[in-house]
Unconditional design. Structure first.
Length: 65
């Protein structure tokens, strides 16, 4: 992701819905560094849409190998 350009920010529950998984799984992906996120205060965690796209591309590439 380009520094200084964030783009659209998604809620964790939105990402979980798109990937058809639990919010806890999304938090684990964030904690492990596999999915980028931005903290907006003590309870505000968002996933840049670009980070989600990069994550999905990497998963697709890994599945093809």
């Amino acid at each position: 992701m380009e520094r200084g350009k964030i783009g659209r920010l998604l809620f964790v529950h939105t990402v979980a819905d798109r990937l058809n998984c639990s919010k806890r799984h999304i938090y684990r992906l964030i904690e492990s560094g596999q999915l980028g996120s931005i903290r907006l205060g003590p309870r505000g965690l968002r996933v840049p849409e670009d980070s989600l796209g990069e994550f999905l591309e990497k998963q697709q590439k890994d599945n093809e190998d």
